[in-house]
Every structure is written in C-alpha cells, then in structure tokens.
Design a protein around this ligand. Sequence first.
Ligand code: NAD
Length: 259
Amino acid sequence: MQTSLNGRHALVCGASQGIGRACAEALAAQGASVTMLARNADALEAVRGGLPGEAHHCLPCDLSDWNEAASTVQAHIDAHGPVHILVHNSGGPKAGPAIEATPEDMLAGLTPHVLGGQALVRVVVPGMRSEGYGRIINIVSTSVVMPIKGLGVSNVVRGAINNWMRILASELGPDGITVNNILPGYVGTERLSSLMAGRAQRDGSSAAEVEAAWKSTIPAGRFAEPSEIGNVCAFLASPAAAYVSGVNLPVDGARLAAM
Ligand code: NAD
C-alpha cells in the first residue's frame, strides 16, 4: 500500500494546536514537507521544531482575512512550489443555541471556514492540477450528519462545508484531486476542554460530569487522541486513497452509529 508522502508538500491550517497540529505531525511522519498556517507565529514555530525532517515552514496568518491568507499562501507557493495536500481546518465557531446567534456571529463562523477555505482552494488547485496530484481534506464535525445541540453556528457552518466538499469533489475529480471531509467525534484538544467548561457553566454542573456524560455516548468509551485524526488525514492524503473522494468520514468511536 502506497502511503509515503515523500516529495509532497502539505499546507495544514490551524496547525498550532489540537487536530491541525496532529495532522501536520502525521503528514510529516509520512515524509511530506509541511507548511503550517495559524495566527500565532511562536506557537507554529514550536510545532515546527518537533516535526521530523527539515523542509517545514510556518505561515502566520488569519483565515478570517481571506484575501491576506490567499496572497500569503500564493507567495509561499511561488517561492517553494505547489501544494499537493491542503488540510483545511480552523477554530470551532462560538458555542450556544442557534436562536441566540446574531447575524454577525453567523458571519464570524462562516468567514474562516467557508470564505477562507474557498480563497485557499482557488490558490492551491492550479498547482494540484499541473502536478496531477491533489488532496483537499476538510476537518469538519459529526454535525454534518446530526446537528449537535448547543453548537448552533457550528452546525450551519458544517452544513455549508458538506455541500462545498461534494461539489468540489465533483468538479476536481477529473484532475486527480480528491476532496473529503473528516468528521471528528470528541477529540481531546484545547477546544474540547473549553466546550466542556462552557457546557458545565450553562448546565450548572461540573466539567467532570459533562465529560462522563459525553463519554457515555461513545461506544469506544473514550475521547479520540488528536493523532487518531491525524492518521486518517495522512491516509486520505496518500496515493493509497486516490479513489476515496466526496466522502464524509466520521472518526468518532462509533458515536454516530450508536445514535
Ligand atoms: P483548537 O481550538 O484546539 O485548534 C484550532 C486551530 O485553528 C488552532 O491552531 C488555532 O490557532 C487555529 N485557528 C483558529 N482560528 C483561526 C483563524 N481565524 N485563522 C487561522 N487559524 C485559526 O480546535 P480543535 O479541537 O483542534 O478542532 C479543530 C476543528 O475541528 C474545529 O473546527 C473544531 O470545531 C472541529 N472539531 C473538533 C472536535 C473536538 O472534539 N476537538 C470535534 C469535532 C470537530
């Protein structure tokens, strides 16, 4: 099975921590040179220092400023060559019921994920086409399949990314470019800790009680390690996954299946 990413250049967004960081680590472990994008330069440098191999780069920028992000990535491609693998990932939108979200909250959620993603795709696809190799992997959520109570804005954003992924997979398939969504379940990251604390505050319970309640919904009985998402990302990025496209892939310890 061909899983080596030697000679491939990956751009991983939101790579300073959590799932994005785990994806960067998994791709580098398979031999890719990894360019990591997030807002905090120091945090990115710290991750870069721990990656195997030498040819890794940091691109500090904000996906919410999509024009700036696109021109930063274009300049990087001009200097270092085409991107073969795009991992589109960003922070989760503000939590809370959908009915309490303002239009501005909706826009703030849609901006880095949908508009930022579209801006980056338009920059990386020409190189993928000319290389005859492209992998676009979106880090989304199981709310694509089943909306999650209390994550109103996020559910809307994920629904948009679902159809965006499917139409791109259809349009780009003839160019040897696959487009897929990874749907993480509960993953032990900074984002999850803050969601548990927020839920505990809203419910008048403790974070430990929220954690136990959430784990009870997962047949695997535990949260995922970030590396378990990274490993799936590295597989989808590889030559072995050339015929997997247009797919929403839950990586959730069978939580969706048990609903
Ligand atoms: P995280 O908050 O730990 O990390 C998010 C990363 O994105 C960080 O590197 C952050 O700096 C970066 N980022 C945030 N906003 C950005 C912006 N505007 N521009 C550039 N970079 C930005 O989150 P995580 O837990 O790793 O989750 C990643 C994604 O997966 C999120 O969309 C989250 O909602 C989703 N998700 C997470 C879980 C989970 O349990 N952790 C479950 C399902 C879905």
